[in-house]
Design a protein around this ligand. Sequence first.
Ligand code: MG
Length: 389
Amino acid sequence: MPGTVALVVAAGRGSRFGATLPKQYAILAGRPVLRHALEAYRRHPGIDAVQAVIHPDDRDIYAAAARGLELPEAVAGGATRQDSVRNGLMALAPGVPARVLIHDGARPLIGAAVIDRVLGGLDRAPGAIAALPVIDTLKRGDADGAIAATLERTGLWRAQTPQGFDFAAILAAHDAARGRDLTDDAAVAEQAGLAVRLVEGARENIKITTQEDLMQAERWLSGGEAFETRVGQGFDVHRFGPGERVMLCGVAIPHDAGLLGHSDADVGLHALTDAVLGALGAGDIGDHFPPSDPRWRGADSGQFVRHAAKMVDSRGGMLVHADITLICERPKVGPFRQAMIARVAELLEVGPDRVSIKATTTEELGFTGRREGIAAQAVATIGLPRTEP
Ligand code: MG
């Protein structure tokens, strides 16, 4: 029985966004806005299940956005946000969760720290929401655009999500609030007399409403305050031996020799795996896939790359770019380069424009020049959520 469920509400149409695609499906740093939010809850250890609520017209686009996350089927939303939340709560009710965190699907930059604070608030009250104190001076304008009054801002907060509640209490409150037009779930809870705590949200936890919001989120993600950029490098060598083909960057290339190694000896993918692990500060390929382990005998090295890429994913990061250089006299890499790029992009789950594969010789100098083996270098650039000090 799931204890704490995240209900991610993404059923809106977003008329202010000015695009054919609803804003929660707009692409932010290579992934739909909604996917960022779903992933944040999926990987949080305090969340036992994630349920999305979507517009019935968005089934296909949602399926694409949530691919691979192994979430339960999305619930169809209603005419208003309040109706959509209630539909979601009713769909969760048979599982009898203890607590629910309700989150806007258009808030992609929700971090673990804010989720932690809302869960902590829920330990002390039947409701807790993320919010930020109002910093700016507040003015009330009149119909002519002149100041009618300056408002006291002390004690004023801007509500964000997640908004967390005791499940049974918020479901009952939503039932009681049907037909009343309330702007958030805390307002529904207040109407029912539930105590709701304010906990600190985060400045980057914005709701994507306009194209400018999307650009701001993109800036935060690309080396802004929320994310940091890390670069890792890898190097590998394999010796030629008997054989009729070599595996290079996931592609089998006919050759008058093979490469010796415990796995398939794909020197390009080994260098890439070490580059990604290096960017994570997570050791090297030998730590994760010891050559002493018979499981990796003849193994497809693609799984090593996938393992490293999944580690980036599980840390809430993203792979920005990979650049691999193969160093050999033979075989000629050029004819296979596009196939290699396509395979590496598939393994990393990024677009091919984020993968570069180059080849060079050493002018017949050294071991690669004497055709004794192949060397490879790789550089990987990743974005990782900044951990709080
Ligand atoms: Mg190797």
